[in-house]
Design a protein around this ligand. Structure first.
Ligand code: F6P
Length: 321
């Protein structure tokens, strides 16, 4: 193993930079050359490569986003695209690749591994929807951003006696919404994993008003069947007491400097990625299991769906009363 590539792919997540830094410096410490692949699979296909030294990753621990930039590539999904990418890697002398990204990016990694390119994946996605790891890089920072936003919304909501419908990201996963619901004391979290009847939402809002609450916060995951804008409009029409408003948190959730937790998790993942490579364990993802970082086969990761903790969902329901 002489030269490795490192790249970020899919939606960016705070903590990707600390992961890149840890990969680069751990590799260099072991005498391995590192090539940064820019713009995810798009850059791999088009040979956007640059040599990375220890200084190139200086001062990035605290920066959100990814210095290697990222993209979602349609071309790489095709067999021709994959062949083109493999040719680019081989002409640059890249023997193995560390891929930091979400589900789609790790699926791409598995395709490379199947075609003879050793790959290590690092889970990076604010959604926390990746099977096999307790946490992904970026989740903690996104959650802190959401908490900060909801705390602020609560101030204005209670000053005006309003019900706020706050839309969180997460694609088809309700993790961010459930956690935010618990730690922000929301009246309800509406998630894709469960079908919440509209009646239930209306009752929760009305009930909060009747019980004399000065505000009502409903967190709505973007992937849920019920939509924040529609809910707010319907409830406004029904005259449930509160005036209603909507806040879509959007891409704000993807930015910002990584929290201490994310920096440390990303750093541990980066170091372990190189350790796994050196010990010949490839085709795996670095996973946080309890307190340990363990290798889990990419095939297991991409062929399974992560489910939400029933315990947390129950907790959110009980504490909202
Ligand atoms: O996967 C991360 C994520 O932010 C999801 O939560 C969201 O659904 C999606 O990416 C948004 O993608 P884009 O940045 O392409 O709009």
């Amino acid at each position: 193993l002489r030269t490795i590539g490192v790249m970020t792919s899919g939606g960016d997540a705070p903590g990707m930079n600390p992961a890149i830094r840890a990969v680069v410096r751990t590799a260099l410490a072991n005498g391995i050359r590192v090539i940064g692949i820019e713009d995810g699979y798009e850059g791999m296909l088009n040979g956007r490569f640059r040599e990375m030294g220890a200084r190139d990753v200086g001062g990035i621990l605290q920066r959100g986003g990814t210095i290697l930039r990222t993209a979602r590539s349609m071309e790489f999904k095709t067999p021709e695209g994959q062949r083109k990418a493999i040719r680019q890697l081989s002409s640059a002398g890249i023997d193995a690749v560390v891929i930091i990204g979400g589900d789609g990016s790790l699926t791409g990694g598995m395709k490379l591994q199947e075609q003879g390119v050793p790959v290590i994946g690092i889970p990076g996605s604010i959604d926390n929807d990746i099977y096999g790891t307790d946490m992904c890089v970026g989740v903690d920072t996104a959650l802190n951003t959401i908490v900060d936003a909801i705390d602020k919304l609560r101030d204005t909501a209670s000053s005006h006696n309003r019900a706020f419908f706050v839309e969180t990201m997460g694609r088809n996963c309700g993790y961010l919404a459930v956690q935010a619901g618990i730690i922000c004391g929301a009246e309800m979290a509406i998630i894709p994993e469960y079908e919440t009847p509209f009646k239930e939402v209306a009752e929760a809002v009305e009930d909060a008003y009747k019980r004399g609450k000065s505000h009502c916060i409903i967190v709505v995951a973007e992937g849920a069947k019920l939509n924040a804008n529609e809910l707010a409009a319907k409830l406004q029409e029904m005259n449930v007491g509160f005036d209603t408003r909507v806040t879509v948190l959007g891409h704000v959730q993807r930015g910002g400097k990584p929290t201490a937790f994310d920096r440390f998790l990303a750093t541990r993942f980066g170091v372990k990625a190189i350790e796994f490579l050196l010990s010949g364990q490839t085709g795996v993802m670095t996973a946080l299991t309890g307190r340990d970082i363990t290798p889990i086969p990419l095939a297991t990761v991409v062929n399974n769906r992560r489910t939400l903790s029933e315990e947390y969902i129950k907790m959110a329901r009980i504490l909202a009363r």
